[in-house]
Design a binder for this molecule. Structure first.
Ligand code: SAM
Ligand code: SF4
Length: 323
């Protein structure tokens, strides 16, 4: 079992397979980075798999593949199948912008993927295009339909940004409600790579907008395995808000992140990280596991970031850490 220095059990590994992306979301990668990580610096699927296997043996029960945009990396279905074949009851999930999903959803499902989280920031094509800086909505909606047709369990992620899609959140909620998807609104997490001046809505502001149309009748007791706080509407539909600005957000953290280059990151808002690249490339899996345990032992109790100081933002790029 993987336990950090504060007694938190870690059973959730997020694996980024690329930092590249076909969108330029304002809150994540508004400009193409000056340079990409050269492909030879990325861990191969075989090396990533060696680490994932060892992590599963140590107690990881959920593996989420993310990026950048993970569907840009060729052979993702084969990689998923490697993980599924090793342990078919692993909770295998993917986070994607859905642009390449129309032709990939069924293959991913056949490979063993169970659940998919899809980013959808607006139901209006012009607003979605303003955020992603590309006309994305028609293809994203086809991707969502393809995932649904393939029988994947769908969650939608939406990051409300003031003055851009803040008034769109009820429409996104309605789309999910009608289709039986779970919606999670994510508070914008300030970081140096986001568009300058971008401001997110906080949880109270989101609830205020939603309550103009729907009565929020209940706050659901927080399930410690989820980063989202869920709220219930009068008709029983529950929506989630990921509220990292709240003080108690880190108390039940169960996740660790591996970047495509092989860095293990204990927390999005903490600069320390250690590489397992050499260890896995040299087939020294004991060493990779020792690094994993060291990273966990050094994980901070709370993210090193506070709303009290607006200047204190993370230099970590979401497209590198995978969100
Ligand atoms: N490209 C995929 C996607 O967009 O779903 C996967 C990678 S993306 C980095 C993972 C998640 O991080 C997405 O749900 C995205 O909305 C979220 N995200 C990115 N930048 C963020 C920020 N600054 N604050 C909050 N969430 C962010
Ligand atoms: Fe790409 Fe996802 Fe970042 Fe948007 S949030 S730029 S889709 S990695």
């Amino acid at each position: 079992m993987l336990i950090d220095g504060y007694g938190r059990k870690h059973d959730y590994l997020r694996v980024s397979v690329t930092e590249r992306c076909n969108f330029r979301c304002q809150y994540c990668m508004p400009e193409k980075p000056f340079s990409w990580v050269p492909k030879e610096n990325l861990l191969s699927y075989e090396d990533l798999f060696k680490f994932i296997k060892a992590s599963i043996d140590e107690g990881i029960k959920k593996v989420r593949i993310t990026g950048g945009e993970p569907l840009l990396r060729e052979g993702l279905d084969t990689f998923l199948k490697m993980i599924f074949d090793y342990k078919n009851d692993i909770d295998l999930a993917l986070t994607t912008n859905a642009f390449l999903l129309p032709n990939a959803a069924q293959k991913l499902k056949d490979a063993g993927l169970k659940r998919i989280n899809i980013s959808l920031d607006s139901m209006r094509a012009d607003v979605a295009a303003k955020i992603a800086q590309k006309n994305v909505l028609p293809t994203v909606l086809k991707g969502i339909q393809a995932a649904d047709d393939a029988g994947l369990k769908i969650k939608i992620n939406c990051v409300p940004i003031k003055g851009i899609n803040d008034q769109d959140i009820v429409e996104v909620l309605d789309f999910c409600k009608e289709r039986g998807y779970i919606i999670r609104f994510i508070e914008f997490m300030e970081n140096h790579h986001a568009k300058e001046g971008a401001k997110g809505l906080n949880s109270d502001e989101m609830k205020e907008i939603i309550s103009r149309k729907y009565k929020i009748v209940k706050t659901i007791p927080r399930d410690t395995s989820s980063p989202a706080q869920y709220y219930e509407l009068e008709d029983g539909y529950q929506f989630g808000i990921i509220e990292p600005h709240k003080d108690d957000f880190c108390s039940a953290c169960n996740r660790i992140r591996l970047t495509a280059e092989g860095y293990l990151i204990p927390c999005l808002y903490f600069e320390d990280a250690m590489s397992i690249k050499d260890a896995v490339r040299n087939d020294n899996i004991d060493e990779a596991v020792a690094i994993l345990k060291k990273v966990l032992a050094g994980k901070p109790e709370k993210n090193k970031w506070s709303v009290k100081d607006d200047n204190e933002v993370s230099s970590r790029a979401f497209y590198e850490t995978g969100g």
